[in-house]
Design a protein around this ligand. Structure first.
Ligand SMILES: Cc1ncc(COP(=O)(O)O)c(C=O)c1O
Length: 373
């Protein structure tokens, strides 16, 4: 999909907000704890490279991505800091992760056996940087018990093509007020650490929610994701420990404004029929941009007023009801502030009955990202 630069719709990313969110967290961390910025999924839709630059400025000393290609993107942009892939790497790609110096998790003994066979046949240039993943209750990837963790450590240490760089786990409920499951996971991880002969360079357990709301977890690195984009990981449930600055605004402009008489249908399927004569504006962004059909009935801001989206959202455009005649070219704010009124990503998530993570990642590649300070 090409980026549609020649259209007024854009996502404006305030990189200084990202820098500030990271810096605020870095200042709160104990001295021996580093912050790795999670810039997977194109920096949660904000753009991986620019986000990584802004996070580095705020004090991030490494990065987390989800896939090999996301790691390569950072390396090719010139980042020399540690990069940890959070997903499982297929053994076919060991040479690639070695060449690009990308660390990655291992979560089963079968994987290690397969990798050993592969490495015997096709040695890698630089030892593979391996982080042992302990599944303490997420049920996703990782070793399920301490015996296997220890066996994995031994296998890695016996192989000169492998470097045991880290051990970690991931909490599934750190963003909830009830911390019983969190505490259980934390205890399981501590138990897994007890069997180790020594600790590797990185021990890490904290995502944003853990960093914001749980002081006690161990580790010398945190994987800081959604909060650095200025979004509260818990949605509404827990209050931010310090103010997070949202980094993304989504704006467009009215491309047509018209007065329609009573009884006119708007959009596919005439799901909205003007109940009286109304001013209707058209906004050039649609579901192909990630502005989903379910946004019908939600509002956007024009000249400081909430204007309802009427009729179905089309692939590339949608229509709104305006309170009065407004000039073509007037700014439309879909996310962000417009004359003292604000629409947050959380508002959109509430309307869509989802989480803001999904809203941010859904803004498609077609929408240009403009970086401002
Ligand atoms: C393993 C792991 N660590 C850290 C993160 C960052 O989480 P958050 O964005 O909530 O800070 C994620 C995100 O999904 C993850 O999967």
């Amino acid at each position: 999909m090409v980026v549609s630069y020649h259209r007024s719709t854009q996502a404006i990313i305030h990189t200084d907000a990202i820098t500030e969110n990271v810096a605020n967290e870095v200042h709160r961390l104990p001295k021996n704890r580093e912050l790795f910025a999670v810039v997977k999924a194109n920096g949660y839709g904000h753009g991986a490279i620019e986000t990584a630059k802004a996070a580095k400025k705020g004090g991030a000393t490494g990065f987390c991505v989800a896939t090999i290609d996301e790691g390569i993107e950072l390396r090719e942009a010139g980042f020399t800091e540690p990069i940890l892939i959070l997903g499982i790497v297929e053994v076919n790609y060991l040479a690639l992760v070695s060449d690009y110096d990308l660390a990655f998790p291992v979560g089963t003994l079968e994987w290690l056996e397969e990798a050993e066979e592969r490495l015997a046949e096709f040695p890698v240039k630089n030892p593979l940087k391996i982080h042992i993943k302990v599944d303490t209750g997420m049920g996703r990837i990782g070793f399920l018990n301490s015996i296997e963790v220890l066996q994995a450590v031994e296998a890695i240490q016996q192989n000169p093509q492998m470097d045991w760089e880290g051990i970690f786990t991931h909490f599934s409920t750190a963003d909830q007020a009830d911390d019983r499951y969190f505490q259980m996971q934390n205890q399981r991880f501590k138990d897994a650490l007890k069997v180790l002969p020594h600790l590797p360079r990185y021990v890490h357990v904290s995502n944003s929610a853990t960093a914001l709301w749980h002081d006690e977890p161990i580790g010398n690195m945190i994987r800081f994701g959604v909060a650095m984009y200025g979004l509260n990981p818990s949605g509404h449930e827990l209050k931010e420990s310090y103010p997070l600055k949202p980094a993304l605004e989504l704006t467009s402009e009215l491309i047509q404004v018209k007065r329609l008489e009573k009884g006119e249908g708007i959009g596919y399927g005439e799901t909205y029929i003007t109940p009286k004569a109304e001013w209707i504006g058209t906004v050039p962004i649609g579901y192909a941009d990630g502005w989903l059909r379910k946004m019908q009935g939600f509002s956007v801001l024009v000249e400081g007023e909430f204007c309802e989206i009427v009729g179905r959202v089309c692939m590339d455009q949608f229509m709104i009801r305006l309170p009065q005649a407004v000039k073509t070219g007037t700014k439309v704010t879909l996310i962000g502030s417009n004359q003292q009124k604000t629409i947050t990503m959380q508002d959109i998530a509430d309307h869509l009955e989802t989480i803001h993570y999904e809203v941010a990642c859904t803004i498609s590649q077609r929408v240009p990202r403009k970086y401002v300070k």
